[in-house]
Design a protein around this ligand. Structure first.
Ligand code: ZN
Length: 69
């Protein structure tokens, strides 16, 4: 993934920053708890295509803010 392209990408729902997960090939929005897939190197920024992250993933993924919600 192109780092400059990544920096431009925001969540289509909340316009927040996304976290790139290289292993899963996903762009995750912690706020919405959605993970957008990257297919053939192209991020699919569609909420209906996104995977809903489970609570454990979100907690694991947000150091310092766990348990705050
Ligand atoms: Zn979002």
């Amino acid at each position: 993934m192109d780092k400059e392209l990544l920096a431009m990408l925001v969540c289509p729902l909340c316009k927040g920053k996304l976290k790139y997960d290289r292993e899963a090939a996903e762009l995750a929005c912690r706020y919405d708890g959605l993970a957008y897939p990257i297919r053939d190197g192209i991020p699919v920024m569609l909420p209906e295509e996104a995977r809903v992250m489970d609570v454990d993933e979100k907690l694991h993924d947000s150091p310092g803010r766990a348990g705050e919600s």
